[in-house]
Ligand binder design. Structure first.
Ligand code: HEC
Length: 325
């Protein structure tokens, strides 16, 4: 896998940047080589050409100024410097300006762990990217400053606390490419335990759909349990009968709820749905109406999953057989 490359000095060309970035290296290498040959070559030549021979007079008259030679030397070195600058300029501008339609992945690091958040809200501990389209990495650190580098993409970016830095690249070939990170105080870059995986666009789309589908491989009650944690119900509703900000979920389903204004309702699917979407329609006696609405955050299927979860936490008769999907 992977495409051609100029030499064994570099990893394969796996992003659109790679050929250009490698070219900059060779351009600078070439400029350096010319300067080396000129200075060392002339120094050695002059050593022999102007060495003191026997019979030379003690006092050598200073030679005249050769304006042509002086001019050529100045113009030549300026041209070399200009060439080195121009060689890098295009690549630099390209790599600092992400295309507006880039696929943006938010990356957060703390204590050496990395979180990759995809546009749909799915957060994973692996970096997967689609090929053939610009990928923007928005990076931030929750502890110290670090560097993140993906050599096959030819990108390297500082990851700083309290601000978001960006880098982008366009992967051209599917494959697995190592990611390295280091701190500013360390000489060594360590490879991350997880490599970056580039997938063709359709493969990427189906991976993301499957990975971010919370229903895949879970029963409805398990999805409910997942949402109980992921949506933060946990902060206000206990599972062991103890009273937190809100009533415990233990034995809640199927029991008779009493509101602050004396109404009673049986806790069934319809009541749970109402509680989640408009919590203040029926504020439970002994509690404050502080539950936020989950309207827009939980669709019908997710609410069904929460209902299944509440049923599984309850001994109140009639809960019926657990539905599995
Ligand atoms: C900020 C705290 C808070 C969060 C978060 C919260 N709730 Fe509540 N919830 C309450 C409070 C307080 C009540 C009781 C007052 C009321 O009925 O509005 C309540 C009541 C309920 C009731 C009715 C309970 C009864 O005894 O009849 C249900 C069902 C419920 N919440 C489900 C959820 C679910 C599901 C979530 C997560 C998706 C959630 N709540 C998140 C505070 C919260």
């Amino acid at each position: 896998m992977g495409s051609a490359n100029l030499s064994a000095w570099f990893p394969e060309w796996a992003s659109t940047f790679a050929p250009g970035v490698d070219m900059v290296f060779y351009d600078l290498y070439f400029v350096g080589l010319i300067v080396l040959i000129l200075t060392v070559g002339l120094a050695v030549t002059f050593m022999f050409a102007f060495r003191r021979r026997s019979g030379d007079p003690e006092q050598v008259p200073a030679g005249g100024l050769n304006k042509c030679l002086l001019g050529a030397w100045m113009l030549g070195t300026i041209a070399l410097g200009g060439f080195a600058f121009m060689a890098g300029l295009g690549e630099f501008v390209d790599s600092t300006v992400p295309p507006y339609d880039s696929y943006a992945i938010d990356i957060t690091t703390r204590e050496g762990a990395w979180d990759f958040a995809y546009p749909g809200g799915y957060v994973a501990d692996t970096l997967r990217v689609p090929t053939g389209k610009p990928v923007l990495l928005a990076l931030t650190s929750e502890d110290i400053s670090r560097q993140l580098a993906i050599p096959a993409m030819r990108v390297q970016q500082a990851v700083l606390p309290g601000r978001t830095t960006e880098t982008w690249f366009e992967p051209i070939t599917p494959g697995t490419f190592p990611i390295y990170s280091g701190t500013f105080s360390s000489v060594r870059y360590d490879s991350l335990p997880v490599a970056m995986i580039a997938l063709s666009e359709p493969d990427f789309a189906s991976w993301l759909a499957a990975a971010s589908d919370i229903f895949a491989g879970r029963t409805m009650a398990e999805v409910g349990e997942f949402l109980y944690v992921a949506q933060g119900c946990k902060a206000c509703h206990s599972l062991d009968g103890s009273k937190l900000v809100g009533p415990s979920f233990k034995n809640l389903y199927g029991h008779e709820a009493v509101s602050t204004d004396g109404r009673t309702r049986k806790v069934d699917a319809g009541y749970v749905k109402e509680s989640v979407l408009s919590p203040n329609a029926f504020v439970v006696e002994g509690f404050q109406g502080v539950m936020p609405t989950f309207d827009g955050k939980l669709d019908d299927r997710k609410i069904e999953a929460i209902v299944a979860y509440l049923e599984s936490l309850s001994d109140h008769g009639e809960a019926g057989p657990q539905e599995d999907k």
